[in-house]
Design a protein around this ligand. Sequence first.
Ligand code: ADP
Ligand code: MG
Length: 334
Amino acid sequence: MNLADIGEFGLIHRFAPQFLRDVQDNILGIGDDCAVIPHGQSESLLITTDLLLEDIHFLRSKIRPRELGRKSLAVNLSDIAAMGGTPLAAFLSLAIPKDTLVEWLDAFFAGLHSLSDETATPLLGGDTTQSKCGIVINIAVLGKAHPQQIKYRSTARVGDVICVTDVLGDSGGGLNILLQNLEHETDPDMQYLVQTHHNPTPQLAEGQWLAEQPSVNAMLDVSDGIDSDIQRIMEESKVGARIDIESIPISSSLNATSTRFGWNAKEIAATGGEDYCLLCTIDPKKYDEMANKFEKKFNKPLFRIGVIQPGELLHYYQDNQSVDFAKHGWNHFK
Ligand code: ADP
Ligand code: MG
């Protein structure tokens, strides 16, 4: 058996139990968007880390260094948002080929600094080394949250409404444009999709607001695509889910571009990944009230896309018929 047979999550399930056994009851280890460590009575520390590799997570020829600097921090802040936390500090480990232009690095750090400044997440340390195989960027972010308000992947309940805090698939559409080398400079919709792919916004304010709502039962950020990410909630909460394809929210830019190139917009929205919005499950009796309040506060809908069901399977429905996608969410190695 090799790694491709079990995939990223198969590997994590294989090695995690031996480490989880050693973890004290009040600490949350492997399995959620962040680790959670209590710190006094009224605060918990959140810790998350993400790796970005050249040619796997980004193409140096396609993304500006300033955008890459921002994105490297944004994807970590998104995991803090997923727990309802507030970021406190960041640490950066970098491996860089020695022929990298210093101007490229200056722009990378200027981008990183701009988001660190906007979100009050100072860079407090890291490590720097030479690379012989492209740029490697690892950021770890430390955050805090109120222990009673933290939202987990493991606490979804049967009957909960599944919601997302933004349209899906714009980033996946942008990636398609880049990978297919499509001319996009003159088309505002295509430009917007590429921009969304390169410049995700971590939804810290939405995450903190949702964390304050007792009717939100579970939450995570959409990094691999809802098709894959909902399965993280299903595994941790031991539930199944139904997603209604008609309800998956899609921007007019993705719609227009998909029509133009014959793409399946709903499939891109479900499986494309890197949306970095939040997915949460809400007590069905409270959904209408919550959606109203959310829309007033954030000027956008809290999109309802499905329901948590008994069992362990994910079902897609279109016009009340069970359907499936040809492609599934991102899973390294598979
Ligand atoms: P995310 O997409 O939010 O970064 P994932 O769903 O990819 O999280 O990861 C699932 C869980 O596995 C997380 O709790 C993460 O911290 C943990 N994890 C992933 N890779 C490793 C690793 N190499 N060592 C320890 N824990 C890991
Ligand atoms: Mg996450």
